[in-house]
Design a protein. Structure first.
Length: 333
């Protein structure tokens, strides 16, 4: 990585750290950060060019650039074809921020099902679905440092929604969020609920319903990147197979969930296969929920409650009759 690029990235990081953090939605937070980066004149900030497949249609000041600078690309890609073309135009570098979730669409999260699957299977991409502005801010700062100061290959992807979620992160939370998950509620619970992006709001409401209606406590986790969790877990599993007599390697997912048989319910607004990636690496009873699992859109808080009760009934922790009562009690659509 050229020293000029690393220096520009560090100046970007300094400018963002000096700016007043905005406690808002992921979309508004990243837009505010983009304004700061534009003002610093140390980064390329491109807005709304996602549907173009030709480099020649980019702003001429970018096309003439011969030296790499940090790139923040704000776009609205609805399909894997658009996103693939976009990543090719950027030479699979930069921080790509997609706001398609905020636009009218027949697809869950505004994206065709192929898009999240492409992200999960693109090894040069580190995809995130931040639930809060603080998560989005931490991810953008980490992207600038990882890609341009440390010079690591690849690109970051953020799915941005415009719903404010009040989450305060300490230094450990930020580090854990970048690795894929961190606890929102650190208490012990009878069930563990995981949520990503906007789905975290429904997961949090489900935790409240479980406590209010069923006297069941839930441990709540935010998971900005199911894919990063799964990749690290798969890499650790492969290393352990190849080194059967060496001390076993762990991973962030197992460190967070190991040593506990408490059922895990993991929820995403994307199709269920995005969460299915975690299944082989969770030792407890695992239930993956996504768009299409129980309803066409992301699972509602009521379905999350019902699925949590079903998992507890399967473990013998509650009577199965409670699941029947819940299905009659809640508006399941």
């Amino acid at each position: 990585m050229p020293a000029s690029t690393a220096n520009a990235a560090q100046l970007c990081i300094d400018a963002l750290n000096a700016a007043e953090p905005s406690r808002s939605s992921p979309l508004y937070t990243v837009m505010t950060m983009a304004n700061t980066l534009e003002f610093s004149q140390q980064a390329w900030v491109i807005r709304g060019q996602s549907r173009s497949r030709r480099v020649g249609s980019w702003p001429t000041w970018f096309a003439r650039n011969t030296g790499e600078k940090p790139l923040l690309y704000l776009h609205s890609a609805a399909s894997s074809a658009q996103l693939c073309a976009l990543s090719d135009e950027t030479a699979q570098r930069g921080i790509l921020c997609n706001d398609i979730e905020n636009q009218p669409s027949p697809w869950p999260k505004g994206a065709q099902p192929s898009l999240p699957l492409w992200l999960a299977n693109q090894p040069r991409c580190t995809p995130y679905d931040p639930a809060s502005g603080e998560e989005a801010r931490a991810i953008v700062l980490a992207g600038l440092r990882t890609l341009y100061v440390d010079g690591q290959p690849g690109f970051y992807y953020l799915a941005l929604h415009d719903q404010e979620t009040a989450v305060t992160l300490d230094a450990q939370d930020r580090e854990d969020a970048l690795r894929g998950m961190y606890p929102i509620q650190r208490r012990q619970g009878e069930v563990r609920l995981l949520g990503a992006g906007r789905a975290l709001v429904e997961v949090a409401h489900a935790a409240q319903l479980l406590e209010q209606d069923w006297s069941i406590t839930a441990q709540l986790w935010s998971c900005p990147s199911y894919t990063r969790l799964a990749r690290e877990a798969a890499a650790a599993a492969r290393w352990n197979r190849l080194h059967p007599i060496a001390p076993r390697q762990s991973c962030h997912l197992r460190d967070c969930l190991a040593g506990d048989t408490t059922p895990v319910i993991a929820v995403t607004g994307y199709p269920q296969p995005i969460v299915d990636q975690l299944g082989p690496y969770v030792d407890a009873r695992f239930v993956a929920l996504g768009a299409g699992s129980v309803q066409a859109c992301a699972p509602s808080r009521f379905w999350i409650v019902v699925c949590a009760l079903r998992a507890l009934a399967d473990e013998g922790c509650i009577d199965a009759h409670q699941v029947e009562i819940a299905m009659k009690r809640y508006p399941l659509e």
